[in-house]
Design a protein around this ligand. Structure first.
Ligand SMILES: Cc1cc2nc3c(=O)[nH]c(=O)nc-3n(C[C@H](O)[C@H](O)[C@H](O)COP(=O)(O)O)c2cc1C
Length: 163
């Protein structure tokens, strides 16, 4: 019997949605925005791939994973977080395989509140010694509008899911 896979995502500006779409297409999986996914449908699937964007060090939708841990723990679960902090550490969720994928910030198209936060971070990081900047700080300061989305980034997840 073929194993069934669902890709579920939560994305604010589209990077995570884009990766989730690429993964679902490649694996022939069903694709859901988290708010459209009904937990009772989880029994239809053997594998759940969950992707969330990372904001303020937190994986979007982590509450869904924590609240439904009992229903998820007997499935194959693969998580991916999308952000710009290459050193991102996933909190808790030790039982699940986890992948980090590089996202992007399209400064022109983020909300006013997010622009204020990013501008605040820029002024803070600009006081730092350039040589000591982390990737995250360097992107916020110098590469804010770079498009880092790359289809090749999903390969590790595809290989893991086919294994
Ligand atoms: C206000 C703000 C806070 C962010 N905080 C983080 C963070 O803590 N860690 C990180 O890796 N990326 C952070 N990012 C970058 C986002 O994770 C990145 O833009 C990602 O691609 C967003 O995914 P989405 O387009 O699916 O919403 C932040 C971006 C914004 C605008």
């Amino acid at each position: 019997m073929d194993s069934k896979c669902a890709v579920i995502y939560k994305s604010k500006y589209g990077s995570t949605k884009c990766y989730a779409g690429w993964i679902a297409l490649k694996l022939g999986a069903d694709l859901y925005e988290l708010s459209d996914f009904r937990i009772r449908d989880i029994k239809k699937y053997d594998t759940i791939i969950y992707g969330g964007s990372i904001y303020f060090g937190k994986l979007s939708g982590i509450d869904f994973l924590v609240e439904n841990y009992d229903k998820l723990k007997d499935k194959e679960v693969v998580l991916f977080g999308v952000g710009i902090d290459d050193d991102y550490k996933f909190e808790n969720l030790d039982d699940f395989d986890k992948f980090y994928l590089r996202g992007s910030i399209d400064f022109k198209n983020i909300s006013i509140t997010d622009k204020i936060i990013i501008n605040y971070l820029r002024s803070k990081f600009s006081l730092k010694d350039e040589k000591l900047l982390s990737t995250y700080e360097n992107i916020i300061l110098n590469q804010i509008d770079s498009d880092f989305l790359d289809k090749k980034n999903i390969d590790s997840i595809i290989n893991r899911s086919k294994a």
